[in-house]
Write a protein that binds this ligand. Structure first.
Ligand SMILES: Nc1nc2c(ncn2[C@@H]2O[C@H](COP(=O)(O)OP(=O)(O)O)[C@@H](O)[C@H]2O)c(=O)[nH]1
Ligand SMILES: [Mg+2]
Length: 374
């Protein structure tokens, strides 16, 4: 996962290195301003970050905590629902909706879910064909109609069909542009209304796709969509093709909507669950030397304890066990339940000779004995 973000942030970190070419233990505030501007963090947010840093020399841990604070809303909780879970995908033309739907379908399928697609971008014939090709490629069924047909009818049919056939997940594509903005707004609202008629609570998640190469200009676009239909989460695409990776901080901060995934390429596997800890770590890695004291996550939040007593083999074994038990490993310290999306901490319990998966309040949900990690 770390390397995926690294791949996605390559161009961004190259731009940042123009200001700070070699890793150091700290950077000066003046340099930091330039570094963040190079990465396309919005100036308003840079000012807030600088105002909250009191010393001229800024360490990785200090900066990490400020950047984490910009993403305080980046947590998403899946709502209660009965199957199928319905995702509605919206965004302007070319943002990456159709490609991202294919990537999501592939991931859900890999997790053992039965996935169905709905081709509700009926505005352009090419859009229906494109999604149909993807459906064939990744081998999932698709419900579609002819160009110009009512998109909410397609959504209704897709959800009905998924219900009748016992599918777990429906992903609905939509048009990014109609003749007018009002048309688009009315159409999306109607899709939401009709989906709920087909299946109570649907769509359970309204996902906005933003083109990462647009940087901060995506914010205004996101606000417009959020006003039409409340957006539950964002996916930022094409991170691999841009030096504007820092705009993710501005987007998260300005919209207060969780970022769910980022796209880092054109293949079905090029979609990464967004993990703010790993993202920030990769964002700052080219600037700072590894410094044992300042690098530890526990110096950021205070409540996280570094797992120091696991060898890399034990760590690998632990990750395998966690994945087998249905968790996505987000970072050294966090996992996410693949079904509920609840996040848990992982901590060693030296008294019990075990590593434990814990709720935020400390309740143990899973425990791995030391001898399982051999
Ligand atoms: N490099 C890169 N290209 C992407 C990514 N996501 C989508 N694209 C490309 O962006 C273009 C538009 O994507 P498409 O899914 O058709 O957008 P839509 O109009 O919103 O449905 C296509 O050429 C995709 O291959 C990504 O994460 N990285
Ligand atoms: Mg499309």
């Amino acid at each position: 996962m770390f390397s995926f973000f690294k791949k996605g942030l390559n161009k961004t970190t190259e731009a940042m290195k123009v200001v700070v070419p070699k890793k150091r233990s700290y950077i000066l505030k003046d340099e930091l301003e330039d570094v963040l501007l190079e990465a396309d963090v919005e100036y308003e947010l840079i000012e807030i970050i600088l105002r909250e840093l009191y010393e001229e020399k800024v360490t990785k841990a200090q900066l990490e905590s400020k950047l984490l604070a910009t993403m305080a809303w980046a947590n998403y909780e899946k709502p209660e629902h009965t199957s199928p879970f319905v995702d509605l995908i919206v965004g302007v033309n070319g943002a990456g909706k159709t490609t991202t739907i294919a990537k999501l379908a592939q991931q859900f399928k890999d997790q053992g879910e039965k996935v169905m697609l709905g081709a509700a971008d009926t505005f352009r014939a090419a859009a229906i064909e494109q999604l149909t090709r993807w459906a064939e490629k990744i081998d999932v069924p698709i419900v579609s109609s002819r160009q110009g047909h009512d998109p909410s009818a397609v959504c209704y049919d897709a959800i009905e069909s998924a219900k009748a056939k016992g599918y777990d997940h429906v992903i609905l594509d939509t048009a990014g542009r109609l003749h007018t903005q009002t048309n688009l707004s009315n159409e999306l609202k109607k899709i939401v209304r009709i989906s709920d008629k087909a299946h109570n609570g649907a769509p359970h998640r309204k996902i906005l796709i933003l083109d990462g190469t647009q940087g901060n200009s995506a914010i205004a676009q996101a606000k417009a969509f959020n006003e039409m239909i409340d957006i539950d989460g964002i996916i930022i695409t094409k991170l691999d093709g841009t030096a504007k990776g820092g705009s993710i901080f501005s987007i998260a901060h300005a919209l207060r909507i969780p970022i769910l995934y980022v796209g880092v390429g054109e293949q079905p596997e090029d979609l990464v669950v967004f993990d703010k800890y790993a993202f920030i770590d990769n964002f700052l890695d080219p600037l700072f030397e590894v410094n044992k004291e300042s690098d530890k996550l526990n110096s950021v939040s205070g409540s996280l304890i570094e797992i120091t007593n696991l060898t890399s083999e034990q760590r690998q074994k632990l990750n395998t066990l966690l994945q087998e038990d249905g968790y996505d490993v987000l970072s050294k310290h966090f996992v996410r339940d693949q079904k509920t999306w609840n996040e848990y901490k992982i901590l060693p319990n030296e008294d019990a000779y075990a590593v434990e998966v814990l709720e935020r309040d400390g309740t143990i949900v899973k425990s791995y004995k030391a001898d399982q990690l051999l």
